[in-house]
Ligand binder design. Structure first.
Ligand code: SF4
Length: 246
C-alpha cells in the first residue's frame, strides 16, 4: 500500500504548528497505524529529520495514551477501538490520512501529536480515596451486590482516561470521563463513605481545568473507545443534586 500522511507538527507548547505531508510506501494492510508511524519515523531519523512525537504504550487499547485525531475523528474511523487498534486495512490504497492531536483548551499540545492530559490526573486526585479495611481478601459473597449494579459499575470502570470524549465534544466537556469515574465507585458499596465529596470534588476540579459544559450531543459516547454510556452522566447529575441536598 501507498499512503499520504498529513501530520500535525509542532515544536513545543509555544510554537505554532501545522500539517506536514509525508508519502509512505511499503505499508502492509496488517500493519497498525502506529506501526506505519514507526516506519515513517525510521525514515525521518535516517535522513536527519526529527521523529514525529506521539504517545503510545500498551498498543492494545488499554492504556489510553494514543490520543490521535484521525481524519477528524478521535481514535479514527472504527467504533469501540483506540487509535492503536486501527490497522491499515481500514484505509484504501493511496489514501490520504490526516493525523492531529486531540484538540481541547484543557489538553495543551506538548509536541507534535503529544498532549498534556494531566488535567485528568488532577480530577482523579480531587476525587480522593476510598475507605477500605485492609487485611485478607474478603469472601466473595460478604458484600451482596446485584448483577445490574455490578455490571453498570464494571462498564463505567472500563474508562481508560484517553480523553476522546473531550475531543469529540463541541464544548470540550469532560462530563463522560468524570461521570465514569464517579459512577464506578458511587454505584458500589465500597464507594459509599466518600460518595458525596468525590462527586463534588471531581466536578469542581473539572470546571477549574477549563473543560466546557455538557453539549448533550452524545458525541462522547459515540467516539468513546470503551463505549461508556451517557447514562453515567445522568448518574453524575443525580449525584451532584443528592450531594447538595443531603
Ligand atoms: S469516557 Fe471513554 S472517551 Fe472518555 S476518557 Fe473514558 S474511555 Fe476515553
Amino acid at each position: 500500500m501507498h499512503i499520504t500522511l498529513n501530520i500535525w507538527r509542532q515544536k513545543d507548547r509555544n510554537s505554532q504548528g501545522g500539517l506536514v505531508t509525508y508519502e509512505l510506501s511499503d505499508v502492509t494492510p496488517d500493519m497498525s497505524l502506529l506501526e506505519a508511524l514507526d516506519l515513517l519515523n525510521l525514515g525521518l531519523v535516517r535522513t536527519g529529520v526529527d521523529a514525529i512525537a506521539f504517545d503510545n504504550d500498551c498498543r492494545e487499547g488499554i492504556c489510553g495514551t494514543c490520543c490521535l485525531q484521525i481524519n477528524g475523528r478521535p481514535h479514527g474511523p472504527l467504533k469501540g477501538v483506540a487509535a492503536c487498534q486501527i490497522y491499515m486495512r481500514s484505509f484504501e490504497d493511496n489514501a490520504t490520512i490526516i493525523i492531529e492531536p486531540f484538540r481541547a483548551k484543557a489538553f495543551p499540545i506538548v509536541k507534535d501529536l503529544v498532549i498534556d492530559r494531566s488535567a485528568f490526573d488532577r480530577i482523579i486526585q480531587a476525587g480522593g480515596f476510598i475507605s477500605v479495611k485492609t487485611g485478607g481478601a474478603p469472601d466473595g459473597n460478604t458484600l451482596p451486590i446485584s448483577k445490574h449494579t455490578l455490571e453498570t459499575a464494571f462498564d463505567a470502570a472500563a474508562c481508560i482516561g484517553c480523553g476522546a470524549c473531550v475531543a469529540a465534544c463541541k464544548n470540550a466537556s469532560a462530563m463522560l470521563f468524570v461521570a465514569a469515574k464517579v459512577a464506578h465507585l458511587g454505584r458500589l458499596p465500597q464507594g459509599q463513605p466518600e460518595r458525596k465529596q468525590r462527586a463534588l470534588g471531581m466536578v469542581a476540579q473539572m470546571d477549574s481545568e477549563g473543560f466546557g459544559a455538557c453539549s448533550n450531543t452524545y458525541a462522547c459516547q459515540y467516539e468513546c473507545p470503551k463505549q461508556i454510556s451517557v447514562d453515567n452522566i445522568a448518574f453524575l447529575n443525580s449525584e451532584i443534586l443528592r450531594a447538595k441536598i443531603f
